[in-house]
Design a protein around this ligand. Structure first.
Ligand code: TRP
Length: 362
């Protein structure tokens, strides 16, 4: 079977460390392992509009921004097709047909949608488009016959919903769509990186992010403001590593070599943690260490992005070409889907024959 990889992001702002840990790293690894037939990366502008419909400029402006973050962090357009969701109209058509296969109450039960509804204060006035976005995401995934979706764990309900739609469609109309599998990050913290404030998720709307183009100064300032252990007041106090955002980030981003470079008194994270738990290790030391690691990680991304900012035309061409390829594949699936549903009046000569037979034999 073909191995097709697809993921995407809503273009509503800059990409941050949560994106990097949650899915970007996995995408780049998969891209470079080159063990697939095709790889797609979608800028989900239509999905972004489902909760930003009154602010279309924000979505429009961030399409380029997200594309540049992709390229700057190591996505190679020769290996990965980057495309814009709204420019692939087959996705909208598929969404409309899939809506018949999903109940409204099922959509209300989606845990990610539930928490987003709360976060956005939609209460009783939930836009139908927003409630329906998991169906549109099923269209994104199935349009490419995607087999693998590298995501953070907040996207699991969408993939589950997609599998249900695939089952229903294939059962009713015949084997057509392919069931996707998720690829989650290995570490449980990377699946959902907490924010600087230790809250459950790094998110632009919660204002607790380190962006992938922050300056060294910003990174230092943000790391110094991070949540640690509220009971670790004096250096001598024993500290908690669990639920301590600084240690969670270290778990995700720190490698043994970083100790040689920035904190040679220790060999590895286990030693550092043990000292912190025993007492005698101050927050400033661990924060400076983390800041150095993040600066090393972010500097090349920031520099590459700056370079791209003075070459917008190149990014534009990448998007145009990627979108063209995406259209070819999605249109092919749409044709199959419509054919299975009998919606192929002018492309299948059988329709005319059938109707002639039906009405002549009357
Ligand atoms: N829902 C994803 C997000 O909020 C974006 C997205 C849209 C997506 N369509 C997708 C992710 C298809 C993976 C596959 O980031």
């Amino acid at each position: 079977m073909e191995k097709i990889i697809l993921t995407g992001d809503r273009p509503t702002g800059k990409l941050h460390l949560g994106h990097l840990a949650g899915s970007l790293k996995n995408r780049i690894r998969l891209q470079n392992e080159a063990n697939y037939d095709e790889m797609y990366l979608m800028i989900a502008d239509a999905q972004a509009l489902t909760d930003n419909f009154s602010n279309p400029k924000k979505v429009r402006d961030n399409v380029m921004e997200v594309a540049m973050f992709y390229l700057a962090s190591g996505i190679d357009p020769r290996k990965t097709n980057i495309f814009i969701q709204s420019e692939v109209s087959a996705l909208t058509e598929l969404t409309f047909y899939y809506m018949n296969l999903v109940t409204v109450s099922r959509l209300h039960r989606n845990p990610t949608v539930k928490s987003e509804i709360k976060l956005r204060g939609f209460d009783e006035s939930i836009p139908a488009g927003f409630l329906n976005y998991p169906v549109s995401q099923a269209a994104d995934i199935t349009a490419f016959k995607t087999t693998l979706v590298p995501v953070g764990d907040d996207q699991l309900p969408m993939i589950e919903q997609t599998r249900e739609i695939v089952h229903s469609f294939n059962r009713i109309y015949g084997e057509t769509l392919v069931e996707p599998k998720e690829i989650l990050p290995e570490s449980s913290y990377a699946k959902r990186l907490p924010g600087l404030d230790g809250k459950s998720k790094m998110s632009k709307s919660l204002d607790n992010c380190i962006f992938l183009d922050d300056s060294d100064e910003e990174i230092k300032r943000k790391v110094m403001s991070m949540y640690t252990d509220p009971n670790h007041i004096r250096v001598e106090d024993p500290g908690q590593v669990k639920d301590n955002a600084v240690f969670i980030y270290l778990d995700v981003f720190c490698e043994d070599e970083h100790f040689k470079k920035y904190l040679p008194e220790y060999h590895n994270l286990a030693e550092l943690k043990a000292h912190y738990e025993k007492g005698g290790l101050g927050d400033v030391t661990i924060k400076k260490f983390l800041a150095n690691i993040l600066i090393e990680l972010i500097t090349p991304i920031r520099d590459k992005k700056q370079e791209l900012e003075s070459n917008i035309e190149y990014v534009y061409e990448v998007l145009k070409e990627g979108t063209e390829k995406a259209n070819q594949r999605a249109n092919q699936t749409l044709r199959e889907v419509k054919e299975k549903m009998g919606l192929d009046y002018f492309t299948n000569a059988k329709f005319l024959e059938e109707m002639q037979e039906k009405f002549q034999n009357k």
